[in-house]
Design a binder for this molecule. Structure first.
Ligand code: FES
Ligand SMILES: [Fe+2]
Length: 456
């Protein structure tokens, strides 16, 4: 009988020492994450600590062009375990209500969108955008009732071609979002949302993980039409990388540094903004890719990708590539689920994997990420991980989220709520080795109107 391999996973170290190789920060020591912390970080329903934190921010709900017409069709939306209905009222305003009528709980997907409100199709109760029941036709004298029923309603704003909603306490509602893609005209931007089938946090972790790029996306660096042909894509294929992460008031700079030549470093600087927003380091003159990772429920999330070029309109070629599922976009069915998904193993091509055409057998950046993130399980069990130095950005992000939860539970404002926090950029550049990070990053990581993103 042949016997192979086998290890005892319980022999893993309980403490991870993050050795910082004399870079910008002192060494730090982190406990591995516990099952309890994992529960705290991943559960987002009403009343949960993470749910309470996420509900302090404006979150993207649907694209504006999904509800284009005043008085048009309403759509269903699940956010953080809550079933909602989104509609554009006859006067053009956007309403976001509980999906179920407070009378006998029929679904407002079948309601009539009429005269600045929704009218339930079962017995005709009507709701305005503020959640007030404004008409019960079967109840004579309803206007005189002292205690009128209401329906759950959330505020909405439109910015950057996106309908945003705020699901937290009204007295703590922050100003509307000002991420750079909210500040440019529609011609400069292309946005998609899709439904991914795992917990939101493993999606976000993939978004701030520079280590996987030269492995998982190795072949896309030279083939994807939204990456290839740039100096940055050529240099990104190197796997000898120095990683670091630096705390910022709004979140973290996620840094990957490679040798460009004997005298210079190639820097890729990504951004994480609390709680669930990232910006990937750009390539050449292509659009900067911003992301939002928003829980749908605890076993699925909405992956938003907003490609934005601050200083020029996107070309038809770029738009076509995005519509075709290139870059981090993917091709979707009418339910906003990827055509390549876990049920068909993402159309895995084993021959292509052996023939060095695709690293994990899946094609396109977005689907490669999706396959890896969903393969971690519906909710990734962080207490079973073996974290290493290059996971620093992920470790810091989780700690910041746990800190932000504590801040919020104390009744204080968590980071990431202000325009100052949100008007930031990612960057990629080559700089001589004698220029320290603080110097080279000083001006390039903030939104500057009319000034291009720093990108090679
Ligand atoms: S269930 Fe909606 S009006 Fe009766
Ligand atoms: Fe990726």
């Amino acid at each position: 009988m042949l016997e192979y391999g086998g290890t005892d996973t319980f022999l893993k170290l309980k403490t991870l020492k993050l050795v910082n190789k004399g870079f910008y920060r002192v060494s730090a020591s982190y406990e591995l994450f516990t099952a309890e912390e994992n529960e705290t970080l991943t559960r987002t329903g009403p009343g949960t600590p993470m749910g309470n934190l996420l509900r302090r921010y404006w979150l993207p709900a649907v694209r504006c062009d999904e509800i284009p017409d005043p008085g048009g069709d309403q759509i269903r939306l699940k956010l953080m375990g809550e079933d909602l209905i989104v509609f554009r009222a006859s006067d053009g305003r956007v309403g976001i209500l509980d999906q179920f009528c407070p009378h006998r709980r029929s679904n407002l997907f079948f309601a009539r969108n009429e005269d600045c409100g929704l009218r339930c199709a079962y017995h005709g109760w009507k709701f305005d955008l503020g959640g007030n029941v404004v008409d019960i036709p079967s109840e004579f004298g309803f206007e005189q009732w002292e205690d009128k029923p209401s329906i759950k309603a959330y505020p909405a704003v439109e910015a950057g071609g996106i309908v945003w909603t705020y699901m937290g306490p009204l007295d703590k509602k922050p100003p509307p979002p000002e991420y750079e893609y909210c500040l440019v005209s529609d011609e400069h931007r292309f946005a998609t949302r899709r439904w991914e089938e795992c917990n939101w946090l493993q999606g976000l972790e993939g978004g701030i993980d520079p280590v996987h790029v030269p492995f998982l996306h190795k072949y896309e660096l030279t083939s994807d039409p939204l990456h290839r042909g740039t100096t940055g894509a050529d240099l990104t294929s190197a796997t000898d990388i120095f990683y670091d992460s630096i705390d910022q008031p709004y979140g973290t700079n996620v840094i990957a540094r490679r040798e460009a030549d004997d005298d210079s470093y190639y820097w890729r600087i990504g951004q994480w903004v609390l709680p669930c927003f990232t910006i990937a380091p750009p390539y050449g003159d292509f659009a900067m890719g911003s992301n939002a990772w928003v829980p749908r429920d605890d076993g699925s999330f909405w992956r938003w990708i907003i490609s934005c070029h601050p200083t020029r309109p996107l070309s038809n070629t770029e738009r076509s590539a995005m519509e075709e599922g290139k870059g981090t976009h993917v091709k979707l069915d009418s339910d906003l689920r990827a055509l390549a998904n876990r049920d068909n193993d993402y159309f895995i091509d084993r021959e292509g994997q052996r023939a060095e055409k695709t690293f994990n057998g899946v094609y396109t950046v977005g689907l490669q990420d999706k396959a890896m993130q969903e393969s971690q399980g519906e909710i990734h069990q962080r207490q079973l991980e073996y974290l290493v130095n290059s996971d620093k950005s992920i470790i810091m992000m989780r700690r910041r989220l746990l800190d932000a939860i504590a801040i919020n539970e104390r009744g204080e404002d968590p980071p990431g709520l202000t325009a100052e926090d949100q008007r930031i950029r990612a960057a990629s550049l080559v700089e001589t080795k004698d220029v320290p990070y603080e110097e080279l990053s000083k001006d390039i990581l903030r939104t500057r109107e009319g000034v291009s993103v720093t990108s090679i």
